[in-house]
Write a protein that binds this ligand. Structure first.
Ligand code: IMP
Length: 178
């Protein structure tokens, strides 16, 4: 399917299943080399990373532990603005090697918040593995961004875990808005 409609919005094919899976295999090879002999804790950020996380960890042959966390946004006071709270961040990550798995880094705000909270718990190392990165949209530096599947233009994308208005996460392919 080259074009799909989600909630009255048109999308066209951008990254197909084969391209995504091929890239994930390469990311897996890289992680296997970089974490050989270690025992990283791989933390998927829900909901968007659920398919990427599943496919990525199947490529790993190192000893690794898996966890998931989720962000909850709510309006805070006028001075603090929007506050994001981490739900389910594993305890006792002190001294651990952490790999955070994200679907997309857009402005970098979300991942910066996650990193700040994780750093406070003094892990041995933290790196971010994001399937997608929009370099043109980036507003917050993310030095921990060690692994990126695809750098993409500043377009809205959907599929393979990413949603538009709650829909489209179940697609094997990634589409962009037309
Ligand atoms: P950031 O905080 O601006 O980096 O945005 C990160 C979050 O915004 C991601 O985890 C997604 O949930 C969402 N997001 C950003 N860009 C897109 C997109 O193109 N499609 C779907 N969700 C997106």
């Amino acid at each position: 399917m080259n074009r799909i409609t989600i909630a009255n919005k048109q999308f066209e094919i951008f990254l197909d299943k084969d391209m995504i899976q091929k890239r994930i295999r390469l990311l897996g090879v890289q992680l296997n080399v970089d974490y050989e002999g270690k025992r990283p804790l791989i933390v998927g950020v829900l909901n968007g990373s659920f398919l990427f996380m599943a496919d990525l960890v199947k490529e790993l042959n190192i000893n690794c532990e898996i966890a998931f966390m989720r962000l909850q946004s709510y309006e805070g006071t006028k001075t603090t603005g929007k506050i994001k709270e981490l739900i389910g961040l594993p305890e006792n990550i002190k001294g651990r090697d952490i790999i955070i798995v994200e679907d997309i880094v857009d402005t970098g705000l979300t991942i910066s918040h996650i990193l700040k909270t994780i750093r406070e718990q003094q892990p041995s190392s933290v790196t971010v593995c994001s399937l997608l990165l929009k370099p043109m949209a980036l507003k917050h530096e993310v030095p921990e961004l060690g692994y990126v599947g695809f750098e993409i233009p500043d377009d809205f994308v959907v599929g393979y875990g990413l949603d538009y208005d709650g829909l489209g996460r179940n697609s094997n392919d990634i589409y962009k808005a037309v």
